[in-house]
Design a protein around this ligand. Sequence first.
Ligand code: SF4
Length: 77
Amino acid sequence: TTQKVDPKDPQATSLGYVDDTKQADKKRFPKHEPAQMCSNCQFYQTASEKNKIAPCTIFANKGVAAGGWCSAWAKKA
Ligand code: SF4
């Protein structure tokens, strides 16, 4: 099984990763929008649309939440 990213680990903290995009820090990331989430980010590696957690290439393929977010978010092409 995929190891989940701990939102408190140093890389997660530095990128502002949260398990719920609504919890993103608005002050640090004023360009954040609630529609941005891991499930529509190009770095989210979905094996199945049903997966709630999938590997993220930015986090060395540790698991991130479908509804999560971090400041490396980039729209899936
Ligand atoms: Fe989620 Fe994308 Fe950040 Fe990975 S890079 S944690 S998929 S928003």
